[in-house]
Design a protein around this ligand. Structure first.
Ligand SMILES: [Zn+2]
Ligand SMILES: [Zn+2]
Length: 313
């Protein structure tokens, strides 16, 4: 799901001792970059599994096919242009993310991914509104596509065009995951609460990991580029408050997914616990746990995280 380096690559349950544990080094790495070669393929499998017997089954199945299309698009596109080394250093010095979302310019890699994803999407069985939305995106002018790209990168998707933006967001996730994968994880620095240190975007959820090298550590997962960054537990991922934090889960839940609520900013964000379910995927499990969002609608907390696949949230 995420690329790690050195001793951090010891998989959960590995029979090999983790050197960092033996040496008593416990500080978790600050950031883990996505591995585009596996990220979307695993997500597709997760969506497909979650779809079985789920009230949102048809939609989760559709998203499994979208994630599969993302994987295929990532596999065959030319490499994105590397981010300028000086710009990366400048961003680091100013505690800014190296991938600048507000000045996105398309390149051959993104064009190839977008085209490939749309052509893959044509073959996916989907409900009529999703079919109409795809036709709209395929027929869109460069200017219209540019506007949809800007909307996704600003995390501001117009409610009347959510279905169209889903395809654009899927293409951008692939492109930004590939760009993030080119960065040096060790050179990333914290840029603020609730902000991805690679691309500046909000998290989709946070994950408490059970890796031998970082057991019990929490990472926020970026909704766009898929980078995971370390974030202490029992602290609001939106405003940074450590007071007034509480947890809620669905009745009869197994403790794998909870909503972390914050009384300081009246927001909530989901926390996923890998120790309860090692196959959890932040994007897929966020959609599949829509029930938790619906439950929150009755209360005082508003969702702080972003997921372009969670239509209407
Ligand atoms: Zn990011
Ligand atoms: Zn807060």
């Amino acid at each position: 799901m995420v690329r790690s380096s050195g001793p951090l690559s010891s998989p959960p349950g590995s029979v090999f001792p983790d050197p960092s544990v033996l040496e008593g080094v416990t500080a978790p790495a600050f950031a883990h970059l996505p591995d585009p070669a596996t990220l979307f393929a695993r997500r597709a499998e997760r969506f497909a599994r979650l779809a079985q017997g789920h009230p949102l089954g048809p939609y989760l199945s559709f998203l499994a096919h979208i994630a599969r299309a993302q994987h295929v698009a990532a596999e065959r596109a030319p490499a994105p242009e590397p981010t300028d080394a000086e710009a990366v250093e400048r961003a680091r010095a100013h505690e800014m993310p190296p991938l600048d979302r507000s000045h996105f310019t398309s390149d051959a890699a993104f064009e190839a991914i977008f085209d490939r994803l749309l052509s893959q999407a044509r073959a996916i069985e989907k409900p009529e509104p999703a079919e109409a939305a795809l036709a709209h995106v395929l027929a869109a002018s460069d200017a219209e596509r540019g506007e949809m790209i800007r909307n996704v990168l600003a995390d501001s998707i117009p409610v009347e065009a959510l279905a169209e933006h889903l395809y654009v967001a899927a293409a951008l996730q692939v492109h930004f995951a590939r760009r993030a994968a080119q960065l040096d994880a060790k050179a990333l620095v914290p840029v603020g609460d609730g902000i991805c240190p690679a691309c500046g975007g909000p998290p989709v959820a946070s994950v408490v990991v059970d890796w031998p090298s970082a057991a019990g550590a929490r990472y926020c997962a970026c909704a766009l580029c898929g980078t995971w960054w370390n974030f202490v537990r029992v602290r609001c991922t939106a405003c940074g408050s450590t007071g007034g934090i509480a947890y809620q889960e669905m009745e009869g839940g197994n403790g794998a997914i909870k909503a972390e609520t914050c009384d300081a900013c009246h927001s909530y964000a989901k926390v996923l616990y890998l120790s309860k379910d090692p196959d959890l995927d932040p994007v897929a499990d966020d959609v599949a746990s829509l029930g938790l969002d619906l439950k929150q609608k009755e209360g005082p907390y508003r969702r702080s995280t972003f997921n372009p696949f969670l239509l209407g949230y």
